[in-house]
Design a protein around this ligand. Structure first.
Ligand SMILES: CC(=O)SCCNC(=O)CCNC(=O)[C@H](O)C(C)(C)COP(=O)(O)OP(=O)(O)OC[C@H]1O[C@@H](n2cnc3c(N)ncnc32)[C@H](O)[C@@H]1OP(=O)(O)O
Ligand SMILES: CC(C)C(=O)C(=O)O
Ligand SMILES: [Mg+2]
Length: 560
């Protein structure tokens, strides 16, 4: 790999001196989130959104609780212009929502922008120019002083065009801030602050983008902390960040930048955006949620959010995407499943002890950073069965979906049966298939097999003495038999012994299963002809379930 072609960041740009304090800080409240899907995200789509798609995403963002939303680059295309006009003319913006529009520092584009926003009650006009040396030299062909002049001319032009309109505020972005000399950033931003006469009640936004990520997130945090400390009229400046994700560390950059003093974060839902995307606002919000901090946006129905975003962007969200992917709450592997199953049971118990609903109780379930229920996910997806799965997960699934309380001693051999199937097929077992496997292995042998018992009856002939009377069919030969014992099951085993089937019940459990069909499950571990076998019964009658469980164990032994 020709790595020698690339310079490390400290050889590309002077970095601010390092008296940093951000590493010791904590994020205790959400910054102002600003979705830029309708502008930055949109400019990265092969098929940019039309008005209907833009409106759908905008309405979603309003419903989620975003208060500032970048809606387009109205001077760039008729579609974007029309969408801004649509918002202005519909006149249905919630009173606490401000829209933002984007423009380059060119008089013609500013004029068109001013036309587009006419009539909007609250609008932030976002002016940008790249300030980094390579862009100055190669793209814009201007020296530091010349570019500074260009910015001030554009900022002044904007002020003259719309500065006296009520509800208008300004934002400035020195594009590629992260590769711009820190003193030059201050020089340009401070002069813009002054020109726009920012004040605490009409602050300017300075948005310092990592337009293309080039360094580890700590470097960006140092750059932001330096700006936080040195920007003029700091109480009249909202310090904003706009990370991209070229190195896959956009989220880390945003979080460290907030530690370093950023008050506002621009990004896109699920991280759409140029190249590898803008920083993902959903992940950022849920990262805060998972730290006990109110994210100030509603993600309680993440699947609807995802569905709308996928529709509007025509891009899928990856199955492993943090929080939102189809697979992120799912454990296939045995030890994780075991821990989750125990964690969920413990969670339910603790909630009951605290007297609060489970969805309000403190969360400490292994391997699940947040309760999937918080974002509208169900538990059904949490544990899924394949060849990596173990007894804990299998028992959890049969409990969750069929109400079975499998005896711990039965679980290992059921897990082996499951593994034989998943190894052979190489695929996942659905919960219905798992139930069928359990039924076929342990329940069906109680209903059909070499030995069948039907009809039968029991009676307590004297206190503590039970009689079991039945027609027994063994290998097609019918017998009428009776047995006596201290309970129905011991009377049954006595009857079996009468025709030469030696069976002892070593362990027996039963429980009723909730639900309208009112089934009972019975589990019998029996010694049959000297070897132990499990059999299970599943019937609306507990007694029938128990008889079937013993017969199932017998038939399983006889089928070997
Ligand atoms: C990091 C970001 O996301 S920046 C935002 C980028 N977004 C977009 O580009 C999407 C929409 N853009 C567009 O539709 C078009 O670029 C338009 C309509 C805005 C402008 O189109 P055109 O006039 O055809 O120019 P073009 O796109 O080629 O822009 C390049 C020119 O603008 C200049 N320019 C680029 N950025 C800026 C800026 N921020 N401020 C002032 N001038 C700029 C360049 O120096 C170049 O000038 P030159 O022709 O004198 O060399
Ligand atoms: C804020 C603007 C200029 C931007 O999208 C970027 O720098 O990435
Ligand atoms: Mg961007």
């Amino acid at each position: 790999m020709p790595s020698h072609r690339y310079l490390p960041v400290h050889e590309r740009v002077p970095l601010p001196s390092s008296s940093r304090t951000w590493p010791a800080r904590r994020i205790e409240r959400a910054p102002l989130w600003v979705p830029v899907d309708l502008r930055d995200g949109n400019q990265a789509l092969a098929e940019p959104m039309d008005t209907a798609r833009k409106r759908r995403l905008f309405d979603l963002q309003v419903a989620m609780g975003y208060k500032e939303i970048e809606v387009g680059y109205p001077s760039a295309s008729q579609t974007d212009f029309d969408f801004v006009r649509h918002l202005a003319e519909r006149d249905d913006l919630p009173e606490d929502v401000t829209v933002s529009v984007f423009t380059a520092a060119r008089a013609d584009l500013i004029d068109r922008t001013a036309e587009a926003v006419q009539g909007l009650p609250r609008v932030l006009i976002h002016l940008y120019t790249a300030t980094a040396p390579v862009w100055r030299d190669v793209v814009l062909g201007r020296s530091r002083a010349e570019l500074h002049r260009l910015v001030l001319d554009a900022a002044g032009h904007l002020l003259r065009r719309v500065g006296d309109r009520p509800g208008v505020r300004f934002e400035f972005s020195p594009e590629v801030f992260n590769l711009t000399e820190p003193d030059y950033v201050l020089e340009v931003c401070d002069s813009v602050t002054e020109l726009w006469d920012a004040s605490p009640d009409r602050p300017v936004v300075h948005n310092l983008p990592a337009t293309v990520e080039v360094a580890t997130p700590n470097v960006y945090a140092d750059q932001i902390e330096y700006a936080d400390r040195h920007l003029a009229r700091r109480d009249s400046v909202i310090l904003s960040v706009h990370p991209h994700n070229d190195r896959g560390t956009g989220v880390a950059c945003a979080e460290l930048a907030v530690l370093a003093g950023a008050q506002r974060v621009e990004g896109c839902l699920f991280g759409n955006g140029e190249r590898t995307g803008n920083v993902d606002l959903v992940t950022l919000a849920l990262n805060l949620h998972a730290q006990g901090v109110d994210p100030m946006v509603d993600l309680s129905d993440i699947d609807t959010v995802r569905e709308v975003v996928e529709h509007c962007n025509r891009l899928p969200v990856h199955p492993r995407h943090p929080y939102a992917g189809d697979l992120v709450h799912t454990a296939f592997s045995g030890t994780h499943q075991d821990a989750i199953a125990k964690g969920l049971a413990h969670h339910a118990k603790q909630a009951a002890e605290l007297g609060v609903p489970p969805e309000q109780a403190p969360w400490a379930v292994p391997y699940l950073p947040i309760d999937p229920g918080d974002i509208g996910r169900t538990y059904e997806e949490v544990i899924r069965i394949n060849s990596q799965s173990g007894k804990g997960g299998i028992a959890h699934l049969l409990h969750a979906h069929r109400g079975l309380e499998l005896p711990p001693a039965l679980r290992p051999e059921l897990a082996r049966a499951v593994q034989r199937v998943t190894d052979a097929t190489g695929r996942e077992l659905t919960r219905e298939e798992l139930w069928e496997l359990f039924r076929a292995t342990y329940v069906v042998p109680g209903l059909e097999g070499r030995v069948t018992v039907a009809p039968w009856s029991t009676a307590e002939v004297s206190p503590g003495v039970h009689r079991f009377t039945c027609r027994l069919r063994v290998d097609g030969v019918e017998h009428s038999v009776e047995g006596i014992g201290n309970g129905p099951l011991s009377a049954l085993t006595d009857a079996l012994r009468g025709i030469g089937v030696t069976v002892d019940v070593l362990d027996y459990r039963e429980h009723s299963v909730g639900g309208s069909d009112g089934h009972a499950a019975a589990y019998a571990r029996c010694e049959v002809d000297g070897a132990p076998w499990w059999g299970c019964g599943w019937d609306t009658s507990v007694l029938t379930a128990s008889v079937n469980a013993v017969v199932a164990a017998v038939n399983r032994a006889k089928e070997v």
